[in-house]
Design a protein around this ligand. Structure first.
Ligand code: NAD
Length: 247
């Protein structure tokens, strides 16, 4: 039987929002698999910490302060990259409030980062994908895009938009050697969930058929699979990585 192994030597990967949380672990997994990784994040502090933690892969890693909402900054950072093979659009924020309480500013801020940010980054990097095949764009959406969520009008709208954009790019770019897919994570353990009381976490885990919260590695493994040559016929789909939460 063939062993499924992901090798990304000679692949150039960009991970947005890669300085912490899920994006950081995605970057770490790519580094472990031999890729050249560029992390774009708007937090200098988080980037410094990420760089220190990923020190053993120093020769494979580049970081840059990039706010995905700032088109000039994105264009400048893109110009500094010689080539891209794999783009992981992961940067995201939340500003949760019930619809009655949500302001226009709350709505715009989340759309700007979680939806327009993907447009800005992908547009700026498109011409950097110079190979004829094996090109990958993976957009991080959310399970809430599939079934809505109380208090997340802005976030759900953005994440559902990400799925629409993914399918459109899959159609437009498929002939040009790209596969474009989205991942919809469920409840994933990050610094944010680690700060929650244990009973809240247990309550969340109880809603998941596999009876646990997801690990950042669960998302990173799905990202690496979709980025691999073995996933060359998967295009325009949304993979839920949620322990069955949306069933
Ligand atoms: N954690 C979960 O349970 C969960 C579930 C579903 C989807 N997601 C999605 O996964 C992605 C990562 O989430 P996370 O939980 O790791 O979040 P996180 O807050 O831990 O990390 C997000 C990273 O993005 C960066 N970032 C935020 N805004 C940015 C901007 N404008 N420009 C550049 N960088 C920016 C932050 O500095 C941070 O390093 C997000 O898109 C999120 O919506 C997370």
């Amino acid at each position: 039987m063939t062993k499924l192994q992901f090798q990304f030597e000679n692949k150039n990967v960009v991970v947005t929002g890669g300085a912490s949380g899920i994006g950081f672990d995605i970057a770490r997994h790519f580094l472990q698999s031999g890729a050249q990784v560029t992390i774009w994040d708007y937090s200098q502090e988080a980037l410094d910490q990420a760089q220190a933690e990923l020190g053993q892969w120093k020769s494979q890693l580049k970081v840059a302060v990039v706010n995905v909402t700032n088109r000039d900054q994105v264009a400048q950072a893109a110009a500094a990259l010689p080539k891209v093979d794999i783009l992981i659009n992961n940067a995201g924020i939340t500003k949760d409030k019930s619809f009655a309480k949500m302001t226009g500013e709350d709505f715009d801020a989340v759309i700007q980062v979680n939806l327009t940010g993907l447009f800005n980054v992908t547009k700026a990097l498109l011409e950097k994908f110079t190979e004829t095949s094996g090109k990958r764009i993976i957009n991080i959406s959310s399970v809430v895009a599939l079934y809505g969520n109380f208090g997340q009008t802005n976030y759900v709208a953005a994440k559902a938009g990400v799925i629409g954009m993914t399918k459109t790019w899959a159609r437009e770019l498929g002939k040009k050697g790209f596969c474009v897919n989205a991942i919809a994570p469920g409840f994933i353990k990050t610094a944010m969930t680690n700060a929650m009381p244990p009973e809240v976490l247990q309550g969340m885990a109880a809603k998941v058929p596999v009876a646990r919260l997801g690990e950042t590695a669960d998302i990173a493994n799905a990202v690496l699979f979709l980025s691999s040559d073995q996933a060359a016929y998967i295009n325009g789909t949304v993979i839920s990585v949620d322990g069955g939460l949306v069933l």
